[in-house]
Design a protein around this ligand. Sequence first.
Ligand code: ITT
Ligand code: NA
Length: 182
Amino acid sequence: MSVRFVTGNEGKVKEAREYLEGIEPVEQVEYDYTEIQSDSLEEIAARGAREAYEGGDEGEPVLVGDAGLFVDALDGFPGPYSAYVEETVGVERLWRLVREEENRRARFRTVLAFADGEQTETFEGSVAGTIVAPRGEGGFGYDPIFEYNGQTLAEMSTEEKNAISHRGRALSTFAEWYADQH
Ligand code: ITT
Ligand code: NA
């Protein structure tokens, strides 16, 4: 048995392997599941996981992740639309929107959904920070405008970012649950 991680991103698979080391092998699969329109990452990931499970090899459990940046003053925008907003509005212009606000708090959230045909379970990880003017060359996506403890995620080393990562937190919760079940 192995867990099939549905993602186009090999880096995420490597990260998942670190958390599931000694528990279960992780295999990367690409599956173009329907991303439903919803403001709930849980709902999007759970539907995706069920669809990927049904469309994949019988009996092999799947893991689907969905993540986003939720800005308090913007009622959680861009949230589940983070990838689309990054492509259209862009990170710099999102900063300019938030700059007008007194409250610049935001949160990165990842939800992982696991489906094995019998059950669908979701696991959350999040990190709270502040939206700032872009700084740093590392990371990806919204990292340059997300500050945590005085540093943007783009200014951190990979190790520093992983240690506080929303995805890492979701993976570690999932790994603990999975180990308990198997
Ligand atoms: P998958 O193939 O794994 O589904 P994806 O591009 O859909 O990849 P996510 O659901 O993980 O990626 O994230 C959605 C968007 O949120 C992504 O395009 C980024 O803009 C942003 N994002 C997610 N995690 C981030 C992080 O740690 N730092 C900066 N931006 C992040
Ligand atoms: Na996704």
